[in-house]
Ligand binder design. Structure first.
Ligand SMILES: Nc1nc2c(ncn2[C@@H]2O[C@H](COP(=O)(O)OP(=O)(O)O)[C@@H](O)[C@H]2O)c(=O)[nH]1
Ligand SMILES: [Mg+2]
Length: 450
């Protein structure tokens, strides 16, 4: 089914700013004839061949817009699987806008956001999970996340979903065969096998749902809260880790009031560091709010850096804070200011000097080690958005129903109905079934030109 009118679309594919080269993409059945109205190759009377780069001039109404290169890609051997032309001009937004205007006046129209990828999907280039991965590839902010979405774009998650679909279809065939021949009791051997398959399908779906948490950690970064009493050196450590002056440092207790956040990348993983006010009895209202925010930060963090000051005595306040932090699963103890107390040790706390920048590499290694444990790196078939996750949850729910219906020896029609429900949900994930509204929601998040 083609949902598309046979029109030709165009868009600038490079960022709007000054660059050495700027790209324009044209796609649709008339793309070559439209470009031919404007583009004159330097070689006379040349027959434009597919996948060949031509050098020439782009003219509009006799005026030269720019010298550029052009490549024609005949369908289906292009990104959209339609006839496409890509033009490469000087990367001046004025030139690109002028060229785009000429293309519009010559018979094409502005592409909507993500329309090239939407056409690629509709023309069967890839499924919906792969199409969604394209946007993630462009926007990925850490190499670890990029690795995952690259694999999804190649079809890692899709082929897993396809396998599950096939398993459900096999079970369904068996159940339906038994519905057709109701005089035969469903064979116990087949029933056992179906139940075993169903349990393994549910298990697989559960794993996908659990792994969704990794997507957040990889995509948005692992949240690290710098926690400790006032003046232990949280802000100094924050700045040392970031290698910039982000937080204000003084020896006046209570300097940091708001939570200050910034990101660093260690071994390809993004960390969102949060420098906090520290915990102590507040002198005034502003500080009180700062302390509340610290508490919220502790609650929402993935890893806590619990920082203590080697030069001070560990009092009651320290102990109660430490006890509170210890209840959190992931914390790393940091013993700061060892430049002044080089021999001091405290449990397995990592000795550092935030000021002199010693022990920082060891601390970073520890951070990535703890993060790696939170993110199973062996699995690349990650569910990358809520749409996918919710559909998997719905499929799982139906499969749980299938399991209990079979156990209770309920009518096979009901079992069959639930199996089909699960199938529909999984097919929606990869886009075997979709609505125009769904496509609009997905592709409107893309940038224009992709
Ligand atoms: N000697 C020494 N002083 C430090 C170190 N880290 C921080 N300080 C000092 O401790 C004081 C409090 O530091 P700050 O980072 O503002 O602490 P915060 O209240 O925990 O954010 C400042 O005077 C810092 O210069 C360190 O590693 N060694
Ligand atoms: Mg501070």
């Amino acid at each position: 089914m083609r949902l598309y009118p046979e029109d030709t679309i165009c868009a600038i594919t490079t960022p709007l700013g000054t660059s050495s080269i700027g790209g324009i993409r044209v796609s649709g059945k008339d793309s070559l004839s439209i470009v031919k109205k404007l583009f004159q190759p330097f070689t006379e009377h040349v027959h434009i061949k597919s996948h060949t780069l031509y050098y020439g001039t782009l003219f509009f109404h006799g005026k030269s817009i720019d010298d550029c290169t052009a490549v024609y890609m005949q369908d289906p051997h292009s990104y959209t699987k339609e006839n496409s032309v890509e033009l490469f001009l000087h990367g001046n937004p004025l030139i690109l806008q002028e060229a785009l205007g000429a293309l519009i006046k010559s018979g094409s129209r502005f592409a909507e956001p993500g329309e090239f990828t939407k056409r690629a999907f509709l023309n069967g280039r890839f499924d919906l999970v792969q199409a969604e991965s394209v946007a993630e590839i462009i926007n990925a902010r850490s190499t670890a996340y990029l690795d995952v979405v690259r694999e999804n774009e190649k079809g890692m998650l899709s082929s897993y979903i396809e396998t599950v679909i096939q398993q459900i279809l096999n079970t369904l065939a068996l159940i339906e065969a038994n519905i057709e021949f109701p005089e035969d009791e469903i064979d116990q051997v087949y029933k056992d096998k179906s139940t075993k398959d169903i349990v393994s399908i549910i298990h697989g779906l559960e794993k996908l749902i659990q792994n969704f948490e990794s997507t957040r950690l990889l995509k948005e970064g692992v949240i690290v809260a710098l926690i400790g009493k006032v003046n232990v050196g949280k802000s100094t450590l924050m700045n040392t880790l970031l290698q910039k002056n982000r937080s204000i440092i003084t020896n006046i207790p209570g300097t940091t009031r708001d939570v200050i956040a910034d990101s660093i990348t260690i071994h390809g993983i993004n960390f969102m560091l949060h420098d906090t006010a520290g915990l102590r009895v507040a002198d005034n209202e502003v500080e009180q709010i700062g302390l509340q925010k610290t508490q919220e930060c502790i609650d929402s963090s993935d890893i806590i850096l619990f920082i203590v000051d080697a030069t001070t005595h560990f009092d009651e306040e320290h102990n109660s804070l430490f006890n509170q932090i210890k209840q959190k699963k992931n914390y790393i103890g940091v013993l700061n200011k060892i430049d002044t107390m080089p021999t001091k040790e405290y449990f397995d706390f990592i000795p550092i000097s935030a000021k002199e920048q010693t022990g920082i590499e060891q601390l970073k290694s520890k951070l990535s080690e703890v993060a790696e444990k939170l993110i199973p790196r062996d699995t690349y078939k990650l569910v990358i958005n809520l749409r996918q996750k919710m559909l998997i949850e719905e499929a799982k729910r139906s499969m749980l129903n299938v399991e209990s219906l079979l156990q209770m020896n309920k009518e096979l029609e009901l079992v069959s109905f639930e199996l089909k429900e699960a199938l529909t949900k999984l097919e929606e994930i990869i886009g075997k079934k979709y609505s125009e509204d769904l496509l609009t929601t997905i592709f409107s998040k893309f940038c224009v030109g992709k």
